[in-house]
Design a binder for this molecule. Structure first.
Ligand SMILES: Cc1cc2nc3c(=O)[nH]c(=O)nc-3n(C[C@H](O)[C@H](O)[C@H](O)COP(=O)(O)O)c2cc1C
Length: 186
């Protein structure tokens, strides 16, 4: 099958990381070529091996490694037709909003040109979500033309409370990704 597009998924350290397996399956099943990059915190929640098996591609984690002297943040940003950052943690949300590039994921996002769409799916505890600093950083992100934010939903959170902070469901992220890729480039 001809591949429909290159999708780069960035996973941050949050409980919702396990839901990205379903998103990857949906994308691969529907003909997309998928690569996954993970922050060091994300690998505490789910093993990179899972994504290597689901995508059939290496999983990108480190900015620097002895075996690889390439500028992977640049090659990955060039490879992607669309980047999805999900779950987007409060930490990475704030770093991206400030242009901080202190790991592979944040460096790739920073290196993506304005012609590359970026889909952000934050997920966090309600207290973090409502923190005025997070809201201010979110506001900054929403102003970027090629960024789309899929706001978190209300429901049961991993911390056993009900509130806003649940990551949008994988099916919803998938549909949004398809819609973004189908949109004619302006
Ligand atoms: C059990 C557990 C669950 C967590 N869930 C979340 C979460 O859903 N969202 C979030 O923003 N941070 C969450 N955190 C905190 C992040 O893992 C932490 O801020 C980390 O530094 C994020 O790093 P990253 O943005 O580089 O992935 C959680 C931490 C723990 C221990």
């Amino acid at each position: 099958m001809k591949k429909k597009g290159n999708i780069l998924i960035g996973i941050c350290g949050g409980i919702a990381a396990y839901k990205i397996c379903q998103l990857v399956r949906l994308l691969v099943k529907n003909g997309y070529l998928v690569k996954v990059m993970m922050t060091p915190a994300a690998t505490e929640f789910i093993r990179p091996l899972v994504f290597k098996e689901l995508t059939g591609q290496p999983v990108y984690q480190k900015m620097f490694s002895l075996g690889n002297q390439d500028a992977q943040h640049i090659s990955l940003s060039e490879w992607a037709d669309l980047a999805i950052i999900a779950p987007l943690s409060a930490n990475t949300l704030s770093k991206v909003a400030c242009g901080i590039c202190d790991n592979l994921l944040t460096s790739v996002v920073c290196a993506l040109t304005s012609s590359k769409p970026v889909l952000l799916a934050p997920a966090m505890n309600e207290g973090m979500w409502k923190n005025p600093l997070i809201q201010e950083n979110l506001f900054r992100l929403k102003k970027i033309k090629n960024y789309t934010v899929l706001s978190p939903e209300r429901g049961e959170l991993a911390c056993k409370t009900i509130g806003i902070g649940r990551m949008a469901e994988p099916g919803k992220i998938y549909k949004k990704a398809e819609a973004i890729l189908k949109k004619p480039k302006s």
